[in-house]
Design a protein around this ligand. Structure first.
Ligand code: HEC
Ligand code: HEC
Length: 222
């Protein structure tokens, strides 16, 4: 695995640390529960979802992400967490935010980074659905092996430590959205020899194959 997973000790704070600075002339009156998107993101999320190759988790400043991912799927991940490393931010699950604050954060991020995209686009379902590992082995050998070697041994794809920390949904996201800063292409887009990228089913199949390489007692199902 090329990059170490970064667990950051963060000061998780809700609206309390977002108080508008005391400027007598301009006074921003926050609506009840409203978060300032950029500062809430910088304080709570950026340590893991940073933009450069040092980011442990998927960068979110990516118009392709906001084109495909729907508000519902994003709110779900932030509220309840995802896999082993994405914390739950909903207050009732021990997190710092109310449901309204999470919704406003998601709308704010979409406005900042989504290029006006409503989500649910790009011709691909926004979540992982059932796949076939055997069909996925074929997808892997034709679409992925040129960079990751026949059995995925080049790079982190089947690295046991990588698979220990990433969920199947996270694998799906890595394949669909890519990690352009690492040189990993986005597969909902045209690729050499594949003018429409991978189909929704092919993505789910290849994720099923990668997941089948997990050490069996380490399944990250959520
Ligand atoms: C053009 C070369 C290239 C191709 C083709 C390619 N990858 Fe990658 N992929 C990379 C590079 C470079 C990385 C970053 C190094 C690493 O983590 O292995 C990467 C990383 C990944 C990761 C880890 C992402 C993360 O967040 O750390 C997964 C999963 C992955 N690739 C799956 C696939 C699958 C599945 C395919 C085929 C559908 C594929 N890759 C095709 C180059 C490629
Ligand atoms: C401790 C590191 C960490 C922090 C802090 C963190 N995340 Fe995450 N996040 C992750 C990881 C890792 C994943 C992928 C988990 C998986 O699938 O295994 C993830 C997944 C996500 C996803 C789902 C991406 C997808 O697959 O579609 C969203 C959305 C998200 N995070 C948003 C946020 C927001 C917003 C914040 C701040 C409020 C935040 N995260 C804070 C690590 C973190």
């Amino acid at each position: 695995m090329k990059r170490a997973v970064m667990f950051c000790s963060m000061v998780l704070c809700a609206s309390g640390c977002d108080r508008p600075s005391a400027s007598p002339a301009v006074q921003h009156v926050a609506l009840a529960g409203e978060l300032s998107t950029q500062s809430a993101f910088d304080t709570n999320c950026r340590g893991c979802h940073s933009q450069g190759a040092e980011g442990a988790a998927l960068p979110l400043v990516n118009a392709n992400y906001w084109k495909v991912a729907t508000d519902a799927t994003i709110i779900q991940a932030i509220s309840h967490g995802q896999g082993r490393s994405m914390p739950a931010y909903l207050a009732s699950e021990g997190g710092p935010f109310t449901a309204e604050q999470i919704t406003s954060l998601v709308h704010g991020m979409r406005t900042l980074w989504g290029d006006g995209q409503p989500g649910g686009g790009g011709g691909i379902s926004p979540v992982l659905t059932a796949g076939s590992a055997s069909a996925g082995a074929l997808v892997f050998s034709t679409a992925c092996a040129s960079c990751h070697a026949g059995q995925g041994t080049a790079g982190s794809v089947v690295d046991p430590m990588y698979l220990r920390m990433i969920s199947d949904q996270g694998l799906w996201s890595a394949v669909v959205y890519g990690r352009s800063e690492l040189g990993m292409p986005a597969w909902n887009q045209a690729m050499p020899g594949r003018p429409t990228g991978l189909s929704a089913q092919e993505v789910c199949d290849v994720v099923s194959w990668i997941s089948s390489q997990r050490v069996s007692n380490e399944k990250v199902t959520k």
